[in-house]
Design a protein around this ligand. Structure first.
Ligand code: SAM
Length: 289
């Protein structure tokens, strides 16, 4: 089958099937062989790997993945793309296409069935409207994963990798960095897609930590503290935690915990590192034991 990374080949297959782009599914297909090679490279795919591709579209990246990996499982929501995928991927016997919504697929079961439960690599040019739920679902669902290499909106990639002091720093930065080591592999302009998105994009690789970088007794509590801190960015940490619906600590407990964690009384949540949030969560755990 012709390489769909070449724009003319993508146009031909779209016309053959009279395909109509669905905005609601975030459909922007890659038409740049250089970017496709970069993604495969950044993902570090080898012949022993099973890859989960989210949203294969017409199969452009799937072709590259099938060449590099042992096995590719691709989950696509749009029923109209399934017959196209069967044509564009017919030369490969190591690709399995599943029609469905990735947010509803039991990925752990899939990994068990297709890879004997061994960690997989996730590679995708993600639909931008559900980037965060997809990534957090993969991490929080405890799916056996080695790395996630994805194309996302440029701003989202930036948010995932920054630390305190940046306006982009927030709950997503901390959540991603708790689970993985982020690395931005490429910036990708709109003209590499069909149709062109109205935002810049970036390829980010998230390599899952073997053990979390911080020692926190109750991660769920830490994430509640993080959400409370960033919900009210301009408030002090003390006020942010006090006003949270998710937390039931008294004003006195909050003041004591902030002190015991070695933080200044008027500190803002957005100034805290992951280590400091972990420490604060552990102090709260001790206080309420
Ligand atoms: N991988 C292709 C490429 O690089 O050209 C297409 C990428 S396009 C940005 C995103 C793809 O995800 C589309 O094919 C879209 O139909 C699919 N998609 C959107 N929402 C999805 C969902 N919830 N589950 C699975 N696939 C989804």
């Amino acid at each position: 089958m012709a390489n769909l990374g070449i724009p003319q080949n993508t146009i031909e297959i779209l016309q053959k099937y009279k395909f109509v782009f669905q905005k609601k599914f975030g459909q922007n297909f890659l038409i740049d062989t250089h970017v496709l090679e970069k993604i495969i490279d950044a993902a570090g795919i080898g012949k022993e790997d099973m890859v989960l591709e989210i949203g294969p579209g017409i199969g452009t990246m799937t072709q590259y993945l099938a060449e590099a990996a042992r096995k590719v499982v691709a989950v696509e929501i749009d029923k109209n793309l399934i017959p196209i995928l069967h044509e564009t991927l017919q030369g490969y016997d190591n690709v399995k296409i599943i029609q469905g919504d990735i947010l509803k697929v039991d990925i752990s079961r899939l990994v068990e069935e297709e890879n004997g439960g061994k960690p997989i690599k996730v590679v995708a040019n993600l639909p931008y409207y559900i980037t965060t739920p997809i990534i957090m679902g993969l991490f929080e669902g405890n799916v056996p994963i080695e790395s996630i290499t994805v194309m996302v909106q440029k701003e989202v990639a930036d948010r995932m990798q920054v630390g305190p002091g940046s306006k982009d720093y927030g709950a997503l930065s901390l959540a991603v960095q708790y689970y993985a080591e982020p690395y931005i592999a490429a910036n990708v302009p709109p003209n590499c897609f069909m149709p062109r998105p109205n935002v810049g994009s970036a390829v980010i690789r998230l390599t899952r930590h073997k053990t979390p970088p911080v020692d926190v007794k109750n991660p769920e509590l830490m994430f509640k503290l993080i959400r409370a801190s960033f919900n009210q960015r301009r408030k002090t940490l003390q006020n942010g935690l006090n006003n949270s619906q998710e937390l039931q600590f008294t004003k006195e407990q909050i003041a004591e915990a902030i002190g015991r964690a070695g933080l200044p009384a008027a500190v803002r949540g957005e100034a805290l590192t992951l280590e400091q949030f972990a420490k604060l969560a552990n102090v709260f755990s001790e206080l309420t034991e």
